[in-house]
Design a binder for this molecule. Sequence first.
Ligand code: ADP
Ligand code: MG
Length: 341
Amino acid sequence: GTSATLTGVAKTFPDGTRALHPTDLAIARGETLVLLGPSGCGKTTLLRLIAGLEASDAGGAIHFDGEDVTALPIERRGVGMVFQSYALFPNMSVAENVAYGLRVRGMGRRARLAEAASFLALCRIEELGERRITELSGGQRQRVALARALAAKPRILLLDEPLTALDANLRETLRAEIDELLRRLEVTSVYVTHDQAEALMLGDRIAVMEKGRIAQIGTPQEIYRGPATSFVAEFVGLTNELRGEVAAGVFRATHGAMPARHLRDGTHTLRFRPEDALVGPATSVGDGLVMEVAAAVFVGGHQIVTLAGNPPLRAHAPADMPLALGDRVGLTLRPDAIKTF
Ligand code: ADP
Ligand code: MG
């Protein structure tokens, strides 16, 4: 694996869009760094800058293993890329697609195809070598794209939402396989996604991006347990937001009141995950939050309940609790699961 260092890398497009503010980033040898954030926050732009598909604004520099690659075009950076859309050659066979990067490097045909076969096996599509790309499913195409990128032995592998176009089951299967592959091969990789589950599973570290900046970078545990901003919190599943006033150890919101001895007096925004908010009978919470049921969906082990309010809150209820629209229920929050901003 290769390490990469970005210093002051930035991108303003000719139309004036500031897609990426000046950014410093160090990617360690062999690590998988996930860029996580909503559409339009600059993930693809940052990836394309690392690839050499975009040039940084003046002052930015990129080094691979200490070597300055800032001025090198993509074909001389030794990066491999996998996109959401497959970018495969439709009129070549699967094996030829995978062997393509090796042809460019001057390897003979037999050696190329043997090498391609080993990467097809690695990506669990050894039986598809003779097929045409047009005869493959979306998931199979993405395996080919991955095999092709890996076969070229890239210094850094760049993946831009490679699973986004696939259905949920397939996404999960491939996610686990990619995770296993990247760890086994110890290839340095940057993986772009807007999906927090994908980020938490795949990332050695996650960089959460907001409006052309890295809002927070850390291990999945650090990001999940200690989101630095309200924006990051929402992105890692702390989707409930409850704004209120604390006075004398009591938190008051439009939804009701609850003890909050650990909070200073003043205005606070609490954030918490639906699974850390438990619905029970209204009488179960004493002076706690009492709210009205707006919807309840049975999902197997529990119910996901929407509680009316501005904004509404999401909480969990026991699977067997009878709940009807308009019922008044109590809400208990796990104190250690609440983040304040
Ligand atoms: P993401 O991958 O996170 O969705 P992008 O990096 O594609 O975000 O885009 C970041 C911002 O830059 C967006 O506002 C997008 O519209 C803009 N942008 C991307 N490419 C171009 C371009 N070639 N010209 C002008 N604006 C662009
Ligand atoms: Mg993108």
